[in-house]
Design a protein around this ligand. Structure first.
Ligand SMILES: Nc1ncnc2c1ncn2[C@@H]1O[C@H](COP(=O)(O)OP(=O)(O)O)[C@@H](O)[C@H]1O
Ligand SMILES: [Mg+2]
Length: 488
């Protein structure tokens, strides 16, 4: 009897919550982070990267139903990569959620419209975007758009820019874009992630973050995903080092190892290599360029730190081939060089030691004769060997990249060979990994043997051994202390 009353009370509570349009109580703590991002962020586009099995689709549907119930006439568009996925996963999850919905509130599913219609005039349209069906998501207005497993859509950029965004212009509706990382990191989803990171509208979780978030949730929430189940999953998909585990559960944006141009440039390597590096007292500066007319023109500005054996890339330029004249190019290069290599004390600009470029002789001639910017054409033979040299530099951490070189970092992560391994893939962003080419030219042309320090460096009083703390190591310090009188 008591038991029956308790069940009835719970049922009544659930019914009340449905009638108020409140459903987030169905979510576990990891899923509530998705919900809170949607509720709290002021940005129009919200991006989520999270592992399989977290219940991303479940959380997105909860957000959709709450929106539909609480505001009459709300139009929600829910896109997923295939009609098969919609039918096989999304509709059944919707069915699960609606199980305890009071019958008079329950939306009816209209098969040929692929949409749930509520009595208050709201609707949720669920569509697979394969085989041209993204077009079915076009409409006058929409108050909320959801893009589920966005990293697996063929034409995500078109879906977002041409189909969904225009519908939310007048309603100021939000677009939630959720996925596990795509197989090819050079997918438009990666661009959306970068954008969302920079304006605080991004949520990232890997499978262990999820476990950590839900560990104190009451059962059955905390039991939906356990450490044992996760370890079993890991073994099933090929173990810790498998691409599937790393991508779909650890949520790493990894390039297919066989197609990656620089597979050594992992997230871990990035955290060691990408940093500010103290400028040594003497160095040779280099400028390296890859000219493009159909593709972009990339330019890198770097120096070689002889003492520490590091190639240090300080800045980058990426210009659109079609809009560029040799004059614009020359001026941009001169500006960057004079900003970078100016001595802050004397205000003198150190001339660049060598500029290297691929061998478009007419452009290089113009740059030299008309604008005084001399480039030497690089050798381009043995491309594979030259790239291996770059890979070794990354592996041995003899390369440092300043964090402001955002495009170079992006290209190093995403550069892939075409299937025949003869050239690099062309990309959606319109690049041909031009900055990776620049880096290859740079590394093969640096004069590693050239010592930029004068022969009496460190011996004469007044040179940096006596003054500049940045080049004094502890041995030098100890020796110095033997010779300098203590005046106190
Ligand atoms: N909070 C929840 N309560 C009950 N069932 C859930 C919950 N979250 C997810 N599920 C169920 O777990 C399964 C996986 O969820 P799904 O949303 O498909 O995961 P993902 O999209 O992250 O791969 C589905 O069957 C879904 O109904
Ligand atoms: Mg899903």
């Amino acid at each position: 009897m008591t038991k029956k009353t308790a069940v009835t009370t719970k049922d009544l509570a659930i019914e009340k919550l449905w009638r108020r349009g409140v459903l987030h109580w169905k979510l576990d703590s990891a899923q509530k982070d998705v919900y809170n991002l949607y509720k709290k962020s002021k940005q129009r586009k919200l991006v989520i990267t999270a592992p399989r099995r977290m219940g991303k689709s479940y959380s997105l549907l909860i957000i959709a139903i709450e929106a539909a119930l609480s505001d009459p006439g709300t139009i929600v568009r829910y896109a997923c990569p295939t009609a098969f996925m919609a039918q096989r996963f999304i509709i059944p999850t919707m069915f699960d959620i609606l199980k305890d919905c009071p019958s008079d509130l329950r939306p009816s599913y209209i098969r040929h419209d692929r949409s749930y219609t509520f009595k208050n005039g709201s609707s949720i349209q669920i569509e697979g975007t394969d085989e041209g069906n993204a077009e079915r998501l076009r409409g006058q207005t929409s108050h909320l758009c959801i893009v589920d497993e966005a990293g697996f859509m063929d034409d995500l950029e078109n879906l977002i820019k041409n189909i969904l965004l225009p519908q939310t212009l007048t309603t100021r509706g939000k677009i939630i874009i959720s996925s596990t990382p795509p197989v090819e990191p050079e997918h438009y989803y990666t661009t959306l992630v970068a954008e969302a990171k920079s304006n605080n509208s991004y949520l990232f979780k890997n499978i262990y973050d999820v476990l950590n978030s839900i560990k104190n949730d009451p059962p059955p929430m905390c039991n939906r995903l356990t450490l044992e189940a996760v370890e079993e999953l890991k073994a099933e998909v090929g173990g810790e080092l498998s691409d599937t585990w790393q991508r779909e559960f650890m949520c790493k944006f990894i390039v297919n190892q066989e197609r990656a141009v620089v597979p050594e440039f992992t997230q871990e390597k990035e955290s060691v290599i990408v940093k500010e590096w103290p400028r040594p007292p003497r160095y040779d500066a280099y400028t390296s360029m890859d000219l493009g007319f159909v593709d972009k023109t990339g330019v890198l500005f770097a120096y070689y730190d002889f003492k520490n054996n590091k190639v240090v890339v300080e800045d980058e330029l990426l210009l659109n081939g079609t809009e560029m004249t040799t004059e614009i190019l020359a001026n941009k290069i001169k500006d960057k060089e004079s900003q970078l290599w100016v001595n802050p004390k004397t205000l003198e600009v150190q001339p660049v030691y060598i500029r290297i470029s691929d061998d478009d002789l007419i452009t290089l001639n113009d740059l030299n004769r008309l604008h005084g910017v001399l480039f030497i054409p690089t050798k381009k033979d043995e491309k594979a060997t030259a790239i291996n040299e770059l890979r070794l530099k990354v592996h041995s951490e003899q390369l440092i990249i300043n964090p402001r070189c955002k495009e170079l970092i992006y290209q190093l992560h995403t550069a892939t060979w075409t299937k025949n391994r003869k050239t690099f893939e062309r990309t959606e962003r319109g690049s041909h990994f031009d900055l990776v080419d620049c880096l290859v030219y740079l590394i093969r042309n640096i004069q590693y043997h050239r010592n930029p320090y004068p022969h009496d460096w460190g011996r004469i009083p007044g040179s940096v051994l006596y003054k500049g703390a940045d080049v004094i190591n502890s041995t030098a310090d100890a020796i110095k202390s033997l010779f300098i009188k203590n005046n106190k």
